[in-house]
Design a protein around this ligand. Structure first.
Ligand SMILES: [Zn+2]
Length: 201
């Protein structure tokens, strides 16, 4: 069986249907890139990945290989199988949206993961509004002991990937995050958004 590869240009998002029992990877092609990943049940689009519920079940702030990724109905959607990156992978932040860029002093027309999500889902003829929250792969925003977030440069290198197995038929949406501005004094992406890939094995 040949692999299917979906190329995601920097600043853009893509959506793909993946059947139960398949394995897929989200690959950081050039390194130092955040991937906002949304997971939706193909059978019922009101069931989707819940970071809050997943954190409650796994009892940690971030998932790691061996953990399940849970839906808002407490059903396993994915098994986190492998991670070649140093991580961490944020499960606290909402996707960046027009207001996020306004707050940073940019224009609200700045590319953002919320728009990328809706555009990518729209390419499949679907819409979910309000959008679910993402699993922010490679996003280095670990919480400190006092509860503040510590924003760091994204640590993934070219070719690093995270690998999941699907536990149900799902739609996976991945957005190449566009946060090319300083947040808390840090350029998390090194100043520009670069490509990602989804590879279905
Ligand atoms: Zn983003």
């Amino acid at each position: 069986m040949s692999n299917t590869t979906i190329d995601i240009p920097g600043y853009e998002g893509r959506a793909v249907n993946i059947k139960q029992g398949q394995t897929f990877r989200v690959i950081d092609v050039e390194g130092c890139q955040i991937a906002d990943m949304f997971v939706i049940s193909s059978d019922d689009n009101s069931e989707y990945f819940s970071p809050a519920l997943t954190k409650q079940v796994i009892f940690r702030t971030v998932a790691k290989p061996g953990d399940h990724i849970y839906s808002n109905r407490r059903r396993p959607m994915l098994t986190f199988q492998n991670d070649t990156s140093p991580g961490p992978h944020d499960m606290s932040f909402a996707p960046c949206d027009p207001g996020f860029y306004l707050d940073l002093g940019a224009d609200e027309s700045h590319p953002n993961c919320l728009n990328n999500f809706q555009q990518a889902l729209g390419s499949l003829g679907l819409s979910i509004d309000p959008a679910p929250d993402p699993f922010n792969l490679f996003q280095n925003t670990a919480p400190k002991a006092n509860g503040d977030f510590d924003v760091g440069v994204t640590l993934s290198q070219a070719g690093d990937y995270v690998e999941f197995k699907t536990e149900m038929d799902v739609i996976v949406v991945v957005s190449a995050c566009s946060v090319d501005l300083e947040v808390d004094g840090v350029q998390a992406l090194g100043g520009k958004s670069t490509p990602l890939q989804i590879q279905i094995l």
